[in-house]
Design a protein around this ligand. Structure first.
Ligand code: NAD
Length: 316
């Protein structure tokens, strides 16, 4: 076992597969005891069994680490409370919370069903809030102490929304927003809160041919292996982390730090605006902003909203 997280205790949600499994193994290799939560369900949000969480736990234990499985769903408030309670009962402390559990249900807004909205908000948004709440309540009861960390999971889909994923985009953008808010709320308790926006070939990506085509398997170095994302999670969980309230894009060897939302243009009208004055003042302002996005394949410069959307509007 390594030294970077020696003596620390981590809870990883969705740790039975994909990125969460890689994070749990890496945290354990760095010396942390790890509670692996996973409801073992389908990519689309149907609950499953305890197999995936138990397999990650067995892998950690075979390598000499300390680990415990939890099969609750992060979408359920009481299950989230139990995850924290079981972590404290088993290992006596909680230092690191990795909010990673996720599902995918792509649908264009006019084809959405209520279940898409409820399930996506339930796992990604309510789930992140629920575990963060119970972890933060525990830390607040203990009082300020250094070395605590929450690592949330955002997505390029939320930072740069495109087509067919409006609910997923909304909850992943909300994850970036709550990361900034929680970083401010929890700083006085010694908790760093950051988010990653990963690119890795997992079952979530394999289910989407368009995204999968952007992540071909590398022969010499596979930049989309989930294992390459987890060293960043270990760093963000460690006492060496200098940051809070930030979003880090990561893919293979590349890490990109995002700026928060930032004002691009400003117009002013002394004495207040009329709708006509706004129309006049905005007539010559660019309709698009320059953006640098951390997408599969590396950083990409483009304009938002895309010219395609402006042309589609112009054609109607
Ligand atoms: P994955 O499907 O391989 O793993 C997700 C895991 O979360 C699964 O094991 C699943 O059982 C678990 N899970 C789902 N709902 C749960 C719930 N309610 N309670 C507990 N566990 C639950 O997918 P992945 O690609 O490893 O995704 C991990 C995270 O990374 C997700 O939040 C995803 O949105 C995000 N993400 C992934 C990518 C990528 O390139 N793979 C990109 C951006 C964001």
């Amino acid at each position: 076992m390594g030294e970077m997280l020696k003596g620390k205790v981590a809870l990883v949600t969705g740790g039975g597969r994909g990125l969460g499994r890689a994070h749990a193994l890496a945290l354990a290799r760095a010396g942390a005891a790890v509670v692996v939560n996973d409801y073992g369900g389908s990519l689309y949000g149907e609950a499953g069994d305890d197999g995936p969480a138990a397999e990650t736990v067995a892998e950690i234990q075979r390598a000499g680490g300390r680990s415990l499985a939890n099969q609750g769903s992060v979408s359920d408030w009481a299950s989230a409370e139990r995850m924290i309670a079981e972590t404290l009962a088993a290992f006596g402390r909680l230092d690191i919370l990795v909010n990673n559990a996720g599902i995918s249900r792509p649908a264009r807004i006019y084809r959405l069903i209520e279940e898409d909205v409820d399930l996506l908000i339930g796992v990604h948004l309510k789930g992140t809030l629920a575990t963060s709440h119970f972890a933060a309540a525990h830390w607040a009861a203990e009082g300020p102490a250094g070395g605590r960390a929450i690592i949330n999971t955002s997505s390029a889909s939320g930072l740069h929304p495109n087509l067919d994923g409006t609910v997923y985009a909304a909850v992943k953008a909300a994850t970036a927003a709550l990361t900034q808010g929680h970083a401010n709320e929890l700083a006085a308790l010694g908790v760093r809160v950051n988010a990653i926006s990963p690119c890795a070939r997992t079952r979530m990506v394999e289910a989407s041919p368009a995204v999968l085509s952007l992540m071909p398997k590398g022969e010499v170095f596979d930049r989309h292996d989930p294992d390459h994302v987890s060293p960043l999670v270990v760093y963000l969980a460690s006492d060496q982390c200098r940051f809070t309230g930030r979003v880090f894009g990561i893919e293979g060897p590349d890490i990109g730090l995002y700026t928060p939302w930032s004002v691009d243009q400003q117009i002013t009208h002394d004495g207040g605006w009329t709708p006509e004055a706004i129309a006049d003042s905005l007539a010559d302002l660019p309709q698009q902003s320059e953006v640098r996005a951390f997408f599969p394949g590396g950083t990409t410069a483009f304009r938002a909203p895309p010219g395609r959307s402006l042309r589609a509007l112009g054609a109607v």
